[in-house]
Ligand binder design. Sequence first.
Ligand code: NDP
Length: 484
Amino acid sequence: MNAQPPASHFINGGYVEDTAGTPIDVIYPASGEKIAKVYSATPAIVDQALAAAQAAQKSWARTSGTERGRVLRRAADLIRARNRELSTLETLDTGKPLQETLVADATSGADALEYFGGLAGALTGEHISLGTDFVYTIREPLGVCVGIGAWNYPTQIACWKAAPALACGNAIVFKPSETTPLCALKIAEILVEAGLPAGLYNVVQGLGDVGSALVSDPRVDKISLTGSVPTGKKVYAAAGAGVKHVTMELGGKSPLIVFDDANLEDAVGGAMLGNFYSSGQVCSNGTRVFVQNGILPGFLEQLSARTEAIRLGDPLDEATQMGPLVSEAQMDKVLSYIEIGKAEGARLVTGGNRIEGRNGFYLEPTVFADVTDDMRIAREEIFGPVMSVLSFSDEAEAITRANATEFGLSAGVFTRDLTRAHRVIAELEAGSCWINTYNLAPVEAPFGGVKQSGVGRENSKAAIEHYSQLKSVYVAMGPVEAPY
Ligand code: NDP
């Protein structure tokens, strides 16, 4: 498959190039080879994209919701029909194995377009009776939205932001991470093919400086960022300066609590999914696995056997269960955390090394036991296949320690005692939680974090609130009672 796009940016319904921008090499993480090249957006490209979005948005907002929804649902159908091609591109962009991308990326993007396409015609204001007078509300779009993506789910992030934005009548300019610039361009092509008018979904490439230029532009009404907490703080502050709407989907260090009475096989499987899927590069991962003392030996034994059986290899081979990390820099960062874990006294149960004899950015899935709360590997987001196992003795202790973090994206509990499951989940400070499973994120469910892990929610009906606003109209039915 030729990964090279026709041009770097997609603006006003078509590809646009400006080779004056800084070149960005696209590297296939499984081989380290350059597979494409794009150019960072120049100020002229940023201006062109925002102007196109602004010009197109007003008439899109006047289109009926049903008609907007029809376009999104057609795009969802096209994505599903081309799932293999899009999944292959996602694999080339990120290195994630085809076994995952075929079921988790374009399909999840299609779900979002279908779901919000379905909601578009049902978006209404309300009538509020005041006796004779009344108020009605109009649900209006925000205007021009900017989406800024991380590199771990480039297709999904592009769709999760575009679908609710477009359903509500907004236009969007999306900036992918410079590490994974390819997939969002395909989504732009498909949206246009599905009938989306030009200018409503634009893609501009670039590094943080392009994101920063977009965020501070006065034409922009809303910013939705998926990224790390430090970037989130910068973008939130810049958005605050312009009093702009924000959605912040940021990082985490989420707890997964396994009680003695849990189904051991399910708990180990959940912990592995929550640490090794996508080579551990998932924001909501349960990277602090708290295991109750009684079950700990059996848990570690099964965990290390199943971890060592994970099939690493060529991501384009559908039998491969784990691919490389997204980039050399990310691999080096994760390797440095593995060294930190060893130096801090954590016990390496399995893994811990780069895979020898492969050119790509492969790491062994790694498990540390005897991890304590103060260790950096238990406090900082690693964003790689490194699981920290911590032990605990009782429920109250587990809750206190699970909450002792500035993050609050996700949390999970494995137990057969359903009363305890709900009691513990109610106490955990996290936005997206699971009982007896981990990391499932269907479009119907709100997704997002509390504390420093984010602001606002993606997916579900809740996302509508973050891409629209209410105009309130008071209607007087009688004379004005002026005291003067
Ligand atoms: P970064 O925070 O480094 O970057 C995120 C995006 O923001 C990139 O497109 C980046 O551009 C851009 N950016 C960087 N600086 C600025 C700035 N000053 N103004 C505007 N935009 C800027 O995150 P990563 O790409 O490294 O992704 C990993 C992080 O994302 C992890 O912390 C992870 O937890 C989080 N994440 C959160 C998710 C969630 O839903 N909560 C989901 C997935 C990931 P560029 O990189 O091109 O320079």
